[in-house]
Design a protein around this ligand. Sequence first.
Ligand code: PMP
Length: 397
Amino acid sequence: MNIRLADRMSQVKPSAIRELLQLGADPSIISFGGGYPDASLFPLEHLEAVFRSVIADNGHEALQYTVSNGSPKLRGQIAARMSRDGIDCGADNVLVLQGAQQGLDLVAKMLIDKGDVIITENPTFLGALIAFNPCEPRYATVRMDDDGMDMDDLERTLARNPGAKLLYTVPDFQNPTGVTLSLERRRKLVELANRFDFVILEDTPYREIRYQGEPLAPIKSFDTEGRVIYLGSFSKILAPGLRLGWAVASEQIIQQLGLLKLAADTQCSTLNMAAVSLFLDTYDIDAHIATIRRTYRRKKDLMLDTIRRTFPQDVAFTEPSGGLFTWLTFPEGFDTTRFMADHALPEAKVAYVPGATFFPLRQEANHARVSYSTQSDEAIVKGITALGQLLTARLQA
Ligand code: PMP
């Protein structure tokens, strides 16, 4: 049958990269491609205890439907954590989501009509483009440097697109670059949003995975007009399979997003919300996060030290202060997709994510995202060394 698809489906396509990454599933390949957290860090014992106790002590309620914005208790706990992070909010400013990913989908549905402009960092998180695309937006991009989005370039982009409705940013340890938006630029961004009347979507699932230095105030903390929507997630600090994240925004925005959430999936799992709520009550999640940070910092140091030792000088890499990724930039003309298929996979037995798909407009071929999160210390050294040796031979040939 020739199914007559909606126009929006022309924007919904499988990525060619997926196929390449599937090759990375071969156990003889060391993959730095995925962005999964390290599963050995999931607090299994404590999660088992809270799930057991939620069912044993409160099973009828925990397995029943609940309100679509999320269990009031968990919303209050999230609001308290957010307040400690400098965001003035209460439970009514919180919407519990099926991961931060659902926030990307719902915010686009709430704001974007076909042809509306979304401004993104260049490069940006691929999952955000996948969530935004069915709304058929136009994209405008902003240059980045070591301090995140370049504000002069943003002003130029806004001058060209004065009606832009939404700006999407991952300000802390960005996926894919690992770069963090400076404090000064966070303030400036809100100033520009007020002046040009756009909404800021601050997506920050890695915020608490910081290795060094003090946290920079969230963009939301500078919001004076209720135009910043903050997205957080339990995926990196507890476990992504729980599918729990949250939005913090004005009550007006939370109400609109709540209506869309009701249409999308009624609510998040009552059981998972109850279990996470009990976890927050009975265990010290900050102590758990400290363990996660130590582990990733060690892996990050190991990866960067090995890159420094074995990569040719003309491959640049970012030095993230947190998160799961570093971003490699190769000389102009180098094509990381082709190099992975022709050399990295068959010869070095290593996979990464070629950078091209992270660019909403003009795809740059000479970058790659590498993640240190899931591989063992030995595999990081082995894989990066093999890649470095191969690159040295190829780039200097
Ligand atoms: N935003 C960014 C920047 C991400 O990297 C991810 C996941 N890797 C998400 C959102 C979605 O996370 P989740 O839905 O698991 O909370």
